[in-house]
Ligand binder design. Structure first.
Ligand code: ZN
Length: 362
């Protein structure tokens, strides 16, 4: 019997989340950019299964169902599916995550995300009905807990939490907001308070901005909760790209979004630094979103090995801090088999005419 998410967090354990599916599967040829819908779970289950497996092997304690943007209204607008229903997509996503999670000790989290309906209608009843349909599938498939993620409006996330709470399963909620707050102008602290009051046991942020910026936002949420005398576990699943511009709307307003983000990719050493800072901030559910590949998740698990007490299977092929190079036959490569080298490296981009920062679109 696997221990649940709250049992793990209440015991003070570190939970490693998984990484990003939608951008990675777009690069691999299974997701279409634009509407970013997850019909690959039905059309190419082997591709989704493989990515789940890589995250599990890298140390993820949770596999999220690949149900990003799989609400009926979003699927309809996308035009990406004709012969597949939303129910089929959500069911197939649950089956894939469960199959792979059971190959290890991972939990399955059913995920819902922001809907076009909220922006178009702001109708609470209609938006809630959309989440309820997805929840019905998650309950039928007996997922372990639920995540409301990638909400730019705290209000919509609160509605999602209220629906998910009816299941009796643990509920996490993460917003894709900046330290300035959500798109309705509500501060991170107030957003966190409202989510916890709605019943979320785990709150934080995901996507849109890099770890440095997301950490600022989660710290503001933590402060808001403390001031309101509320308790909740903290969660963070940022971008795996550097976005030092830290603009309010996030990476979608950067010139490189979405097809030229490679130059901003974080490396494994950046990830170790992020994992340590998140841990020091009191966050215990630490994962990633878009741009987070399996080796990034492995880096989180390796940094937090002292706290967790074990390394993931993928570390069998990775010496800590470059130690795998210790037997290299070229002395100048062998010289890199130490922490100091990698920790102090300032990687060059190899693009002499490129700027280091961009001006985000207004
Ligand atoms: Zn993302």
């Amino acid at each position: 019997m696997k221990r649940g998410i709250l049992e793990r967090l209440d015991a003070g354990e570190v939970v490693i989340g998984d990484g990003g599916y939608v951008l990675q599967l777009e690069r691999r040829g299974y997701v279409k950019a634009g509407h970013w819908t997850p019909e690959a779970v039905v059309e190419h289950p082997e591709a989704v299964r493989q990515l789940h497996r890589e995250f599990l092997r890298a140390g993820a304690d949770v596999l999220e169902t690949f149900t990003f943007y799989s609400s009926d209204d979003k699927l309809e607008i996308s035009g990406n599916v004709t012969n597949i229903t939303g129910e089929q997509i959500n069911e197939a996503a649950c089956d894939l995550a469960r199959e792979v999670a059971n190959e290890g000790n991972a939990l399955v989290a059913g995920s819902v995300s922001q809907t076009p309906c909220y922006v178009n209608s702001r109708n609470e009843e209609e938006v809630k009905a959309i989440f309820k349909k997805q929840l019905d599938v998650f309950m039928k498939k007996d997922i372990d807990f639920l995540i409301a993620e990638f909400f730019a409006h705290g209000e919509e996330a609160v509605w999602a939490v209220q629906v998910l709470k009816t299941s009796g399963k643990p509920v996490a909620a993460t917003l894709c907001i900046s330290p300035e707050g959500d798109l309705n102008g509500v501060s991170p602290g107030d957003c966190a308070v409202r989510l916890v009051q709605a019943g979320a046991q785990i709150v934080g942020v995901n996507c849109h901005l890099d770890p440095t910026c997301c950490l600022k936002t989660v710290k503001l949420m933590k402060k808001g909760l403390e001031e309101a005398h509320l308790k909740a576990h903290l969660m963070i699943q940022p971008l795996g790209f550097h976005t030092p511009e830290c603009n309010h709307r996030g990476y979608t307003s950067l010139p490189e979004y979405p097809f030229s983000l490679e130059s901003r990719a974080m490396n494994r050493w950046d990830m170790q630094k992020y994992a340590r800072e998140a841990y020091n901030a009191g966050i215990r559910y630490i994962g990633g979103c878009c741009g987070f590949e399996p080796y990034h998740i492995r880096a989180l698990a390796e940094e937090l090995e002292p706290e967790r007490g074990f390394l993931p299977p993928a570390s069998q092929k990775h010496g800590l801090w470059g130690s795998a190079l210790a037997t290299h036959h070229k002395p100048w490569v062998k010289a890199k088999s130490n922490r100091q080298y990698w920790e102090n490296l300032r990687p060059a981009s190899g693009r002499p005419l490129c700027p280091s920062m961009a001006t985000p679109e207004a």
